[in-house]
Design a protein around this ligand. Structure first.
Ligand code: MG
Ligand code: MG
Ligand code: MG
Length: 307
């Protein structure tokens, strides 16, 4: 029997990757297509808060896909952020809100790319276009993804589309967005029982430019100072990743979700790139970046230009 079409977000999945995969499956069922949401990594605590709130199970974990497996990608397109075997899978569609890079298919496909703050906002608009009713479950899932990706609409990635979607989804879900959102974001900042290795990989993105490999990882917190208490073990874990993946640069952004700033730790033989990118000096491998919260709009474009 042929395997179902699989839907998944990126490795080190965040709330958007998980929630948008589940919502995509719900939307497909309404359209009469039998697809299945899966995931490429552990559920983080923020996402677990959402799943617990709704009393639903996490999608099944997969490690790789077989040649010819039909897949739908959400919240990513770059192959180095995707599943093992993606080069030989049959990509039927992509729904994403990132730059398009390191991506190629041999067959035509559905590709929806919008420069919104969140994949779930694109899915919300698809519900509208298709005239499907949005039930509470998918309303909470999409609202959670938008809150996560836009840090409660405070990130510079936020668009009018995200604001409008979140407002309506809050009403449909019957939740107070501010209260629910803050609880959900705070659940994701509980980092105590993670090892340094887990922390630097929790939300790490593998990136590449002209053969130069680098990683930008991010952790959310309500106290940068608390996370910095672990700086030396974090640096050790970052150095291990640099060796293991042959990286030129590893940037860890420790993002204060309440005040919308980030402290970065930068290591690697191209660490000076971040000095040029943000017109700053690294001291003790660190720099404070005022008003910087977005990897996609602030960290990545600047680093990518200078690396
Ligand atoms: Mg994501
Ligand atoms: Mg996203
Ligand atoms: Mg993110």
């Amino acid at each position: 029997m042929k395997e179902k079409v699989l839907i998944f977000g990126h490795k080190n999945p965040d709330t958007d990757s998980i929630c948008s995969s589940i919502v995509h499956e719900i939307l497909d069922k309404k359209n009469g297509w039998d697809t299945k949401a899966v995931r490429l990594g552990n559920i983080n605590k923020e996402t677990q808060y959402v799943l617990n709130y709704l009393g639903i199970e996490a999608p099944e974990l997969i490690e790789k896909v077989e040649e010819g497996q039909e897949v739908l990608l959400v919240d990513h397109n770059e192959f180095n952020q995707s599943v093992e075997g993606i080069e030989k899978a049959k990509i039927l569609g992509v729904t994403d809100h990132h730059r398009i890079a390191n991506f190629e298919t041999s067959d035509p496909l559905y590709y929806t790319a919008k420069p919104y703050g969140c994949t779930a906002t694109i899915l919300f608009e698809e519900f509208k276009t298709l005239g499907h009713k949005i039930e509470k479950t998918e309303a909470v899932l999409m609202a959670s993804a938008i809150i996560s990706d836009t840090l409660l609409l405070k990130s510079p990635t936020t668009t009018e589309h995200d604001k409008k979607a979140l407002e309506e989804l809050g009403q449909l879900a019957g939740i107070n967005i501010e209260e629910y959102g803050l609880e959900m974001l705070k659940a994701g900042t509980d980092l105590d029982d993670f090892s340094a290795e887990e922390l630097v990989n929790l939300d790490a993105k593998n990136l590449e430019k002209d053969g130069t490999k680098f990683v930008i990882a991010q952790v959310n917190t309500v106290s940068i100072e608390d996370v910095l208490k672990r700086q030396s073990e974090l640096e050790k874990a970052m150095k291990d990743e640099i060796t293991k993946k042959d990286l030129s640069l590893f940037v860890l952004a420790i993002t204060d979700i309440l005040n919308s700033n980030s402290e970065i730790i930068a290591l690697g033989n191209k660490a000076e790139v971040v000095e040029k990118s943000f017109n700053t000096k690294l001291e003790n491998n660190r720099a404070f970046l005022e008003g910087v919260v977005s990897r996609k709009k602030q960290l990545l474009p600047n680093i990518d230009k200078n690396i």
